[in-house]
Design a protein around this ligand. Structure first.
Ligand code: CMP
Length: 355
């Protein structure tokens, strides 16, 4: 339990320490802070460094105990977060010592699932991203070349060479437009307009590739998680892989806290539930407990009648819900499963005393 608590709070704690440390680093670069404030900020950095040091020792001990020998890049951030400020303290002039604590910027990356996902998206989309980056490179060179040819005689000091014109091309393609270099000729201005529009297109492509990549990665992760949940329900273990894929797509995962009402007697029921983990209680004259691996809520779905009883979560339950429309599809693709559900509904219906 304490281990779970530590792992739950360690990510936000790390982020908080990193943010506090980086703010202190930034504040220490302002020239007009007083000596006591400087001392307090330096002590704060030393405190954060000590916490990171203890954390590193704990991580190394845990890795030794659990025999972990992989994932060196993960621990390397922890090592750098301690080592770099220490080396700076020992070897660098006092003025710049605190700057090395900026390595703590990397600390939140260590545990963040977002950054892990971003890494996956970038690696999945590498080919497309390289493609768009190449288009950007081609446009950049073509725009610089055109600007050089058009403007070199008008403004030799700003467009006198292709590398000089490149600064204008980057600022224009990215639609930043610092305004320090402006084409003077009509042709130059027309070129500027075209380059801006091309830049918008390239950035839209980049954004589109990343957005699609994120969407697909989230869907893939959801699918894997749902697959694992579905595989835990014995009823579905009979299904062929193709039918299982259909079921995984149609089931929606949901977690309900202990004590919450999942469906209420008399309500309209448009979905049934499979219990992946935990148990529920059906409020009958002699309450019935339904455990993981089984299902409930099927009676209203099959008969179209209101819910026959109130069902409450006895513990925290992890559920997969199946809507009536998906139940019809499942009945077509896996009639044997639908038959088991129908048979159970009939038996339970017979057991429910008429209200
Ligand atoms: P439904 O009527 O849709 O909603 C309440 C659910 O409680 C019902 O479907 C069944 O899944 C479940 N249920 C009702 N009666 C019994 C019973 N006798 N034994 C087990 N489960 C029941």
């Amino acid at each position: 339990m304490p281990a779970m608590l530590v792992s739950k709070i360690s990510a936000p704690l790390n982020a908080l320490l990193a943010i506090t440390g980086l703010m202190a680093v930034a504040a220490l670069t302002t020239p007009d802070i007083t000596a006591p404030v400087r001392f307090a900020l330096e002590m704060l950095l030393a405190g954060i460094w000590a916490v990171y040091g203890l954390q590193l020792i704990g991580t190394i001990i845990l890795r030794q105990m659990n025999g972990v020998h992989d994932a060196i890049p993960a621990i390397i951030i922890d090592v750098l977060a301690v080592l770099l400020p220490l080396l700076a303290f020992l070897a660098i002039s006092r003025r710049d010592q605190s700057l090395y604590c900026a390595i703590w910027l990397l600390k939140p990356l260590r545990q963040s699932s977002f950054f892990r996902m971003m890494g996956k998206v970038i690696s999945n989309e590498t080919r497309n991203l390289i493609g768009v980056t190449s288009v950007f490179g081609i446009l950049l060179f073509a725009a610089s070349l055109a600007a050089y040819l058009i403007e070199r005689d008008v403004q030799p000091d700003r467009f006198g060479s292709i590398p000089q014109a490149m600064w204008w091309a980057v600022a224009t393609l990215s639609t930043t437009g610092y305004g320090d270099e402006i084409p003077q000729s009509l042709a130059g201005r027309i070129l500027g307009g075209l380059v801006m529009m091309s830049g918008i297109g390239v950035f839209a492509l980049w954004a589109g590739i990343l957005a699609t990549g994120f969407y697909e990665e989230v869907r893939r992760q959801d699918f894997v998680r749902n697959w694992q949940m579905v595989a835990a329900v014995p009823l579905f273990q009979k299904l062929s892989p193709a039918a299982l894929i259909e079921v995984v797509r149609s089931l929606r995962p949901r977690t309900v806290p202990a004590g919450a009402v999942i469906c209420r007697k008399g309500d309209r029921g448009d979905q049934m539930y499979f219990i992946v983990e935990g148990s529920v209680v059906v409020a009958l004259p002699s309450p019935v407990r339904i455990d993981s691996g089984s299902f409930f809520g099927e009676m209203a779905l099959i008969t179209g009648e209101p819910r026959s009883a109130t069902v409450t979560a006895a513990t925290e339950v992890s559920l997969l819900s199946l809507y009536s429309v998906d139940f019809q599809i499942l009945s077509g693709s896996s009639p044997e499963i639908a038959e088991i559900i129908r048979k159970t509904a009939l038996e339970r219906r017979q057991a429910v005393p008429d209200a």
